[in-house]
Design a protein around this ligand. Structure first.
Ligand SMILES: C=C1C[C@]23C[C@@]1(O)CC[C@H]2[C@@]12CC[C@H](O)[C@@](C)(C(=O)O1)[C@H]2[C@@H]3C(=O)O
Ligand SMILES: O=C(O)CCC(=O)C(=O)O
Ligand SMILES: [Fe+2]
Length: 385
């Protein structure tokens, strides 16, 4: 169980979140109260009863392949259990992450602004997106980790080791999943996707997101003292404020681990949101990214998702984004293209990751950017992702 030490509490007085979170929030907030908040649209449908796939990686391989392909086609999302990432590696990274976010705001700012790497608070990207989140965005390459971490932790070596060890373990998991995906799609070169993120020059990232609860008030320290407690006295958990707005991840594969606080939602269909339960808390969430959608010629769906702020508990997520090297050419293998019936022509033009990343950063968080790389077929008038 993750226990916050009391040293955390005074530092949150300096948190930029405190003024806006100190008043209790509900759906009928006045326009003044909501003026600088990002809220979920009231017209949205939240579908609680859809069971999202949880795949046990220790099952028989042929079964795992089928389950992964089905989940990636249907949702672009699944959870994995028995994934082989040691709990102590996760715990060490989590501890480093909590200890960073518990610092005074002025100290955290020394690791910012996120440009795009470093500490960011509320601002996401460069095009006016924001949310109730603070974060650390790190390049997953060990050399760049050692440069950024100078301003992150007083114990540089500890922080660096925790990040390197965590990144290595989740990269291995991502590669294993990508190899299973290639096998499940009957692609003879089963390393075709995983080699892209194993590349020494891979542009993979690690993002640590921290979403403070809405119920924090100076006299209610116990909400923060025990992160994993199931019940917070005098607080009915609600999720109505947006922490990280809806988007798809541009990379190949995302591997997310969070504490046991709800907030993540996926959207398998426009206007419909499915909450991702934070249980089992030992699971990793896996997201198909835009680049994998292109690499599979549209068979796997890049999943729209967002993170809501929990009114009672503080949420923390650690997100690895597996990406190719900047000059890698993204083009789906010929096995996924057919010119005979059933006709499956190339859906996307080849592009480099550098080109796609540039397009990503020139757009807003929620933009459907992959559509600009789509090839137009003769009988395809409207383009939709
Ligand atoms: C608004 C933006 C932030 C983002 C780059 C972008 O221009 C559009 C995509 C955003 C996103 C979403 C997934 C990842 O968290 C991220 C690191 C990424 O690669 O694309 C972020 C970018 C960011 O926060 O820098
Ligand atoms: O924190 C979360 O649960 C989601 C974060 C996310 O989608 C991202 O960092 O890209
Ligand atoms: Fe994301």
């Amino acid at each position: 169980m993750m226990i916050y030490t009391s040293s955390l509490i005074p530092s949150l007085h300096n948190s930029p979140f405190v003024p806006s979170l100190s008043s209790s929030y509900n759906n009928s907030s006045t326009s003044q109260e909501t003026s600088n908040m990002v809220l979920a649209a009231p017209s949205e449908k939240i579908q609680e009863n859809i069971k999202l796939p949880i795949i046990d990686l220790s099952l028989e391989k042929s079964q795992v392949l089928k389950l992964i392909v089905k989940a990636s086609e249907e949702f672009g999302f699944f959870k994995v259990i028995n994934h082989g990432v040691p709990e102590f590696v996760i715990k060490r990274m989590e501890d480093e992450s909590y200890s960073f976010f518990s610092k005074p705001f002025s100290q955290k700012q020394c690791a910012g602004p996120a440009n795009p790497y470093g500490y960011g608070c509320k601002n996401i990207g460069f095009n006016g997106d924001n949310g109730e989140v603070e974060y650390l965005l790190l390049h997953a390459n060990p050399l760049s980790i050692s440069q950024t971490s100078k301003n992150i932790s007083s114990d540089l070596i500890m922080f660096r080791c925790a990040v390197n060890e965590y990144v290595e373990a989740v990269r291995e998991l991502a590669c294993e999943i990508l190899e299973l995906m290639a096998q499940g799609l009957w692609i003879p070169d089963t390393s075709i996707f995983s080699n892209l993120i194993r590349d020494l020059h891979s542009d993979s990232l690690l993002r640590l997101n921290h979403y403070p609860s809405l119920s924090w008030t100076p006299h209610l320290h116990h909400h923060l003292v025990d992160h994993n407690s199931d019940t917070s006295p005098n607080c009915n958990s609600t999720l109505c404020k947006i922490g990280f707005g809806e988007h798809t991840d541009p990379q190949i594969l995302t591997i997310l681990r969070s504490n046991d606080v709800a907030g993540l939602q996926i959207s398998p269909q426009h206007g419909l949101w499915v909450p991702v339960s934070p249980h089992p808390c030992t699971a990793f969430s896996v997201f198909v990214g835009d680049t994998l959608q292109a690499l599979t010629n549209g068979r796997f769906k890049s999943v729209r998702h967002r993170a809501m702020v929990n009114s009672c508990k503080t949420r923390m997520s650690m997100v690895y984004f597996g990406a190719p090297s900047p000059n890698a050419r993204i083009c789906c293998p010929s096995e996924l293209v057919t010119t005979t019936t059933p006709h499956k022509p190339y859906l996307y033009r080849p592009f480099t990751w550098a080109e796609y990343k540039k397009a990503t950063y020139s757009r807003r968080l929620g933009d459907a950017r992959l559509q600009f790389f789509r090839l137009k077929s003769e009988n395809d008038e409207t383009i939709s992702e």
